[in-house]
Design a protein around this ligand. Structure first.
Ligand SMILES: Cc1ncc(COP(=O)(O)O)c(C=O)c1O
Length: 359
């Protein structure tokens, strides 16, 4: 059945609502796919940004080889939508999560990440008892200081353990350094990415003494162009490029903000103060400030749970009471997490309604 809001004007949508600009989304999808193609790299986009299986399917139609997930719930949604090649780029060390992945193996090739002898043993024992085989990637800490083997020798040791296991298959190397993405200076970003690439290469060279490496997977939106150029990664996991935001816009101007929170003007208690719906319960707020699309003279002031407040800082037209405006979030990934639906809009008209199904 067609959704009743398809064909409606954007001003008819309930607020606060997540709105995707279809042409801008298409441009972002094509730009990242073209970049990966030009370097001969596989694109495995991270779906934590959109958590939406319909959008993931579009990414595959454009040429992505599969998806990267953060959670088992995301992997379940992607598998339910028919996506076959799924990497959960996280460690799974508890029976509840391993059982869910084991159940998914009937429908999809789901892989996950290991970075400890104990974790490898847990996964191997679980798989053996359940008569399944898990494909696992050895994570290497390439400089982010989060998870991963802490040296090439440790990466070698973990790979050897996987090869010696009864019920695990070696799926390659996971190497992602989140902090590489955010350096405003391109020289500094290039220097950091080079270091990450060198650490990844050092681990890969060790592992290659044992076996072929099916894939070396990593990189985010801000680091992807450099990591493709440096070359050790065979797969690119960028996620935020699909939507971008006020944080990423200046770091990667080739990707334009395509996701907005539609908010209504609720109050103008003073000439210079505007209050809209769409506060802390509808937007991720931990990065830089959001903006009001088309109204640059409104400057972000503060959030509360259901309100966002703006100050008038210049001349020019202002929205009227009851008008719905597009807010550009500062972090799209944590913004999406507050919503269950996104409205895909073209020429101010709703062309599709997508459930956000990956939790
Ligand atoms: C393992 C991994 N790969 C890829 C990404 C994608 O990064 P971005 O959203 O900056 O494109 C992330 C982001 O958190 C990540 O954790």
């Amino acid at each position: 059945m067609t959704h009743p809001l398809i064909g409606k004007h954007i001003q008819d949508l309930p607020t606060p609502a997540l709105v995707v600009d279809w042409p801008l989304l298409q441009a972002n999808l094509s730009a990242m796919q073209a970049a990966a193609d030009s370097y001969g790299k596989a694109l495995r986009p991270h779906v934590k940004t959109h958590k939406c299986s319909q959008l993931a399917r579009l990414q595959l139609e454009k040429g992505a080889i599969g998806v990267t997930c953060a959670t088992v719930g995301e992997a379940e949604a992607m598998a339910a939508a028919g996506i076959r090649d799924i990497l959960i780029a996280n460690q799974l060390v508890t029976p509840d999560k391993l059982a869910r992945v084991a159940a998914l193996l009937e429908h999809a090739n789901v892989k996950f990440v290991v970075d400890s002898a104990a974790g490898i043993t847990i996964a191997d024992q679980f798989a053996r008892e359940k008569h399944v085989k898990f494909e696992v990637l050895v994570e290497v800490d390439c400089g982010g200081g989060r998870c991963g083997a802490q040296s090439p020798a440790e990466a070698l040791q973990f790979t050897q353990m996987v090869l010696d296991s009864t019920s695990l298959r070696f799926g390659g190397i996971q190497a992602y350094n989140g902090s590489d993405n955010y350096h405003q200076s391109m020289d500094e970003r290039a220097r950091r990415c080079k270091l990450s690439d060198e650490k990844t290469l050092a681990a890969a060279e060790q592992v290659r003494t044992l076996c072929e490496i099916p894939r070396v997977s990593g990189a985010g939106t801000g680091s992807s162009a450099l990591m493709m150029e440096y070359g050790t990664l065979t797969e690119i996991q960028s996620g935020t490029y699909v939507y971008s935001d006020t944080t990423y816009r200046s770091l990667t101007p080739q990707y334009q903000p395509a996701l907005f929170v539609l908010a209504a003007v609720l109050s103008q208690p003073l000439p210079g103060r505007f209050i809209m719906d769409g506060g802390l319960k509808s937007m991720g707020t931990e990065f830089s400030s959001p903006e009001v699309n088309s109204y640059p003279q409104l400057e972000f002031q503060s959030y509360s749970e259901e309100h966002v407040q703006w100050n008038v800082t210049g001349d020019g037209p202002l929205p009227r009471l009851g008008q719905k405006v597009l807010l550009v979030p500062s972090h799209v990934c944590t913004t999406v997490n507050h919503h269950r639906t996104c409205y895909v809009v073209e020429n101010e008209t709703v062309r599709d309604v997508w459930p956000i199904d990956g939790f």
